[in-house]
Structure formats: C-alpha cells, structure tokens
Design a protein around this ligand. Structure first.
Ligand SMILES: [Zn+2]
Ligand SMILES: [Zn+2]
Length: 232
C-alpha cells in the first residue's frame, strides 16, 4: 500500500531504460520505451502464432504433432522488453493504469470476426488476492472496441494450479488439465468465440480452455493475446 502511494507521488525510473519517466499514461515506462513496443512481423506458425526461426515452415512442430483445439492465435508482439515489463507491472504490481494503453495495443491486432469474447479466468482465491483479472480487463476493452458480446463468468477456473513458470510443456499440460469448466453452456453453444489472455507461452492454458469450450458446444475458438513468448 505504502509502495503504491510512493509510486504515484514520486517520479519513477523507467524499468527498461532506468531514466526518469514523466509520461503519466504509461508510467513507470517512459514514452521512448513505450514507443519501441512494435508488432512482431517475422515468420510465425500460422496456427498458434509462435515466432519461427525461418519462414520455410508455416506451422510449428507442436501444432504439427498435436493439432490444437483452437482455430488461430493472434498476438501483438514478442514477450520481451517494454511489453513484458508493462504486462508484469499490471499483473503483479497492480498498476492498473497500464490496462488502457495495453488494450490500445491489442486493438492493432488483426482479429477474426467472432460472436463473443471471453477472458481466461483466474481461480477465485487468486482473483481475491490480485483483485482483478488483467485478461478480463483486456476482454472488456476489446468487446467495446469490436462491438462483440462479452461473456464473463461463463468459463470458470475450478481448480487451483501451480504457477506454470519453470514447468516443461508436458508438465504444464498436466498441471492445467481439468482446471476449467463452462457454466451456462447455452451462452456459448454454436458460437464462434475469442479467448483473451495476456501472454501465450506454451499455449497449455488456452489449449485446455479451448478444448473445454469446444466440448461444451462452441463452434470455433480463436485466441488473442498481447504477447507471444519465444519457446524452443
Ligand atoms: Zn524507458
Ligand atoms: Zn504452432
């Protein structure tokens, strides 16, 4: 709490370039670093959007060996530099003012047409601790922007899972299995949905969510995330 006040009243150093940040809109990230957040334009997997080393292949190894339950994943940039800092400041330090400029970045992603959007949910105890779900904030801004329906509390997390950081792809998939359920199936039946999350790393979470949504009757599931991790 004290830290929160200190952050508001004293100019901070930009965590990326370590210079004082005076641009309130994205503080503590300075305007110079913010403007360096660029879309990823290199070769990427056509299904999950994973950055690829060469443009010889159009699909990553994982999508070839294990066909994903989602139709597509669109992300803005690579989870690195100022974009990574901004997401983590919002998520772990509760700097909510960053949710609007980050949503504005999300609007620049070329997105498929969908009937409704829904955020990747947090387990209720986690939500109480953090007080907000950053993915739900992005989903709300996006639904306003796209004029598409927003479904909150339709997909729910029913199991507390270990943090995915440090786990292998296989362990991640196992960790997240059975963690999500659909409530009020009628809201999603026959619909093309867009699942909204902050970062796509191995995709274990959105794979599991998409599987559950499809099983509950969704026609198709697309995924949109702000950033895409490089994962090899
Ligand atoms: Zn900076
Ligand atoms: Zn892929």
């Amino acid at each position: 709490m004290v830290n929160k006040f200190l952050r508001i009243f004293f100019p901070e150093l930009c965590p990326v370039c370590k210079k004082p940040s005076t641009w309130h809109r994205t503080a503590p990230i300075c305007d110079a670093c913010w403007n360096e957040i660029l879309p990823y334009s290199g070769p990427a997997c056509q299904v999950c959007g994973k950055p690829l080393i060469s443009d010889v292949s159009i699909m990553c190894g994982e999508c070839i060996s294990d066909k994903p339950p989602f139709k597509s994943v669109r992300s803005f940039g690579v989870y690195d530099g100022a974009l990574k800092e901004a997401i983590n400041l919002l998520k772990y330090y509760g700097i909510k003012r960053l949710s609007k400029p980050l949503s504005d970045i999300m609007f620049r992603i070329k997105m498929p047409q969908v009937d409704a959007l829904l955020p990747v949910p947090l387990y209720k105890r986690k939500l109480r601790q953090r007080e907000f779900n950053q993915s739900a904030i992005f989903a709300r801004h996006l639904s306003d922007y796209l004029g598409a329906e927003l479904l909150i509390d339709c997909l729910v997390k029913v199991k507390e899972t270990m943090p995915q950081v440090g786990l292998s792809a296989k362990e991640r998939a196992k960790n997240i299995r059975g963690a999500f359920e659909v409530e009020n199936k009628r809201f999603i039946q026959g619909k093309t949905l867009m699942l909204v999350d902050d970062v796509f790393t191995t995709g274990a979470t959105v794979r599991e969510c998409s599987k559950v949504l499809k099983r509950a009757g969704a026609r198709d599931v697309h995924v949109v995330t702000l950033a895409h991790g490089r994962w090899d």
